[in-house]
Design a protein around this ligand. Structure first.
Ligand code: NDP
Length: 448
């Protein structure tokens, strides 16, 4: 806690006391609070109005039972969550995660991050997040459908295009959004595309939404490299995970002239020195829902490393795109030692505080998730705009908007870091820039 301003330290202790056992939430709060010391010196009104204490307390937390029947007719019970964290800038917006590790602390860390991320996009969206400890892996389509229907049977009453608009996250892609949208429509008797994003293209979805988080994160890294008069050209890159974010990060890296040599899933790592075959990865993961180990059966010159650590492979650019805390202090030191010059976080909070310290001290380009992966939610907001206008935009037009948003986020973080005397520190830049906009809106709205 040494780095936290004394005025703020007590607030962090209070967060620990009020939210016991929620370690990921504590970590996300600490990362933001550590940056706010100089902000409250410039803005004493934030202390008077208790903006920091209020921002750390979700506006609403919903926890509910999700009963469903598996294919054998056996009753299963999961737990559902929606944390509506902050609506100062717009309706709550943030994804749903289906993964066995989900509990309140994970949903709150993600919801808290989402407040500042959504603020950074410059679009009118508040922060929220949800999910369930349901594991879609190994379930049949029918089982996933029954689960999604039961989940939405409770969640629907909390949603609305002006209230709360969920999207996907780990374990929730187009299939799950489709089942949830269908159930919402059935219960409410209303065709309201604006109530969920990540929809299919024929029923209200937006072009580029599928690609948005990965493309956006890669654009962000490209901007960091450009600021140092460098580029992706001929850079060897690592992308962890092999899900939605990872796939489109690899695609954009290849388009920008880099070479991605490894990706992973929770069982192991694929290393393909001559460059990953993205068409094969898409076929395995998006179409056939198989494991990444199957890649090595097709490409004999690729190596599958069961339980391997992707960060041991030498690279110049690393883009963690799987899950929280996947890069620890030791991994970060290995990356730096092996010549890594840029890290862009496609995943949310993938680097531990020890890892972040290593990157900042080494002064490499380090783009934290709340800035680097904001392209996903930004394009969700573009989907909402198209739904509200009953319109659909071309791929090129939407991608240009995404690129402009990422360039702006980079510029704002970069300039804020300089303004606060920490040039090149995107963690500080993102946290302060995201915070101030929300704080000002909260001051304007009075004590609510
Ligand atoms: P997917 O479910 O599509 O893919 C997740 C990938 O990460 C899979 O390859 C999965 O492997 C791997 N993974 C998940 N959990 C673990 C774990 N505990 N250990 C190791 N590997 C793991 O999710 P997304 O691609 O959508 O999300 C990835 C990250 O990006 C998450 O942190 C998410 O919050 C973040 N994000 C996503 C956005 C989006 O638009 N989708 C927007 C912004 C951030 P396996 O199949 O073995 O589980």
């Amino acid at each position: 806690m040494a780095k936290v301003d004394v005025k703020i330290e007590g607030m962090y202790q209070e967060v620990l006391k009020r939210n016991p056992g929620e370690t990921e939430f504590h970590q996300a709060v600490l990362e933001v609070l550590e940056c706010l010391g100089p902000v409250v010196v410039k803005h004493p009104e934030y202390l008077e109005r208790k903006i920091i204490e209020r921002i750390c307390e979700p506006e609403r937390q919903i926890i509910f039972r999700v009963p469903w029947q598996d294919d054998k007719g056996i009753v299963q019970i999961n737990r559902g969550f929606r944390v509506e964290f902050n609506s100062s800038l717009g309706p709550y917006k943030g994804g749903l995660r289906f993964h066995p590790s989900v509990y309140l602390g994970i949903v709150k860390f993600l919801g808290f991050e989402q407040i500042f991320k959504n603020s950074l996009t410059g679009l009118p969206i508040g922060g929220g997040k949800g999910g369930s400890d349901f594991d879609p892996k190994g379930k049949t389509d029918d089982e996933v459908m029954r689960f999604c229907q039961s989940f939405m049977t409770e969640l629907y009453r909390h949603l609305g295009e002006h209230t709360d608009v969920p999207a996907g996250d780990i374990g929730v892609g187009g299939r799950e959004i489709g089942y949830m949208f269908g159930q919402y429509k059935r219960i409410t008797n209303r065709y309201e595309p604006g109530v969920l994003t990540g929809k299919g293209l024929t029923w209200g979805g937006s072009l580029v939404r599928t690609e948005a988080t990965g493309y956006g994160a890669t654009y962000f890294v490209n901007e960091m490299l450009k600021a140092r008069k460098d580029s992706f050209e001929d850079k060897t890159c690592l992308v962890s995970g092999s899900g939605n974010v990872a796939i489109y990060t690899i695609e954009k890296i290849h388009q920008l002239g880099g070479k991605c040599v490894a990706c992973s899933d929770s069982n192991g790592v694929i290393y393909h020195e001559k460059g990953l075959d993205l068409d094969l990865i898409k076929q395995l993961k998006e179409v056939e829902r198989r494991r990444i180990s199957d890649y090595a059966a097709v490409h004999k010159d690729a190596k599958y490393i069961a339980n391997g650590n992707i960060w041991d492979i030498p690279c110049q650019v690393a883009m963690p795109s799987a899950t929280q805390n996947e890069i620890n202090g030791k991994d970060a030191a290995t990356l730096v030692k092996n010549g890594c010059i840029a890290v862009g976080e496609g995943a949310n909070m993938p680097t531990t505080p020890e890892g972040i310290k290593v990157f900042l001290e080494a002064k490499i380009c380090y783009g934290p998730g709340k800035a680097a992966n904001a392209g996903g939610v930004a394009t969700s907001a573009l989907e909402m705009q198209q739904n509200a206008g009953r319109d659909s935009w071309s791929f090129e037009y939407t991608e240009k908007k995404l690129e402009d948003i990422m360039v702006n986020i980079h510029r704002n973080c970069f300039e804020t870091a300089e303004e606060y005397g920490a040039p090149g520190n995107y963690v500080l830049g993102a946290n302060i820039c995201g915070f101030i906009k929300v704080a000002n809106a909260m001051v304007a709205h009075g004590l609510i």
